[in-house]
Design a binder for this molecule. Structure first.
Ligand code: ZN
Length: 283
């Protein structure tokens, strides 16, 4: 696979980062680039200004895609894409994230199954197959900067991880993949977000926002309810950030190691149930 080159506008925006925050100190800067300096504190301007790709391609359209949005680029420049299914104007909105740790691909076939089934009637369903395409490429938990994206979030971030494997990065939301999910989720305001991991084999009740969602999803998936406490306190996780700053509920799903076609079908069906179950918080 070739590494896509981020659009030229991305580089220009990157210049602003060098000037204001030094976040992209090593970014290659074309000599002729026009420098638009973002306001101080506009820390997520990089992903906020990502192009929303226009109408879906003919192939995507025939597969039921209503819109396809590039929500950001990985460290190595791979696109992170969210595809919308269902009703673009629906207030009942879900986001399904197939994978966040590169060596935990079990949720990707669930995401693809959801794409095939489409959104439940009257709802909007965004599917992100993979938030960490570099990690998937190298079969590593972390992104290409060796950062654990599920410790790099802004909520309760701390500088020291419990081990190298959980390196939280140099600062909260330092990674482009983290910025991408924050900007995206803030913009689409989902009622429910499901994030698939492996292979803890359980639906997470740790600081759950909606106990009925946890219980109902676990029962339908035929997985136990478990509290995944990150060996102490979860810091910098996607669910922790979303559940404390956004109106909807995010739920971490730890799939088992063994993924079969039958299980994928069951898990996708359960995910679609969750969309109708949760309250419509952004009506
Ligand atoms: Zn994981």
């Amino acid at each position: 696979m070739t590494t896509p080159t981020p659009p030229r506008t991305l580089l220009r925006i990157g210049v602003g980062f060098v000037v204001t925050g030094g976040l992209l100190a090593s970014a290659a800067v074309p000599a002729s680039a026009a420098v638009a300096i973002p306001a101080a504190g506009a820390q997520f301007i990089l992903t906020n200004m990502m192009p929303v790709s226009g109408p879906p391609t003919p192939a995507e359209r025939s597969a039921g895609v209503v819109a396809a949005r590039t929500i950001g680029y990985s460290v190595q420049g791979r696109k992170i894409v969210a595809r919308l299914y269902g009703s673009p104007d629906a207030t009942r909105v879900s986001v399904m994230i197939g994978s966040m740790h590169g060596n935990e691909p079990g949720g990707v076939p669930v995401a693809k199954r959801l794409e095939k089934l489409g959104a439940p009637n009257g709802t909007a369903m965004w599917v992100i197959r993979n938030l960490n395409p570099d990690g998937a490429r190298s079969n590593t938990r972390q992104n290409a900067n060796k950062v654990d994206l599920n410790r790099n979030g802004t909520y309760l971030w701390q500088a020291k991880g419990i081990s190298r494997e959980y390196y939280p990065g140099p600062s909260p939301a330092s990674e482009p993949e983290t910025k991408a999910y924050i900007s995206f989720l803030e913009s689409v305001k989902p009622d429910v977000v499901l994030i698939y991991h492996q292979h803890g084999n359980g639906v997470d009740s740790y600081r759950q926002k909606n106990a009925g969602l946890t219980q109902g999803l676990a029962a339908r998936m035929k997985l136990p309810v478990k509290s995944f406490d990150c060996l102490g306190e979860c810091r910098g996780t996607l669910a922790g950030w979303f559940n404390t700053s956004q109106a909807g509920a995010a739920l971490t799903v730890e799939l088992p190691a063994k993924v079969t076609t039958k299980r994928v079908k069951r898990w996708a069906k359960a995910a679609r149930w969750s969309i109708g179950y949760v309250p419509d918080v952004n009506r």
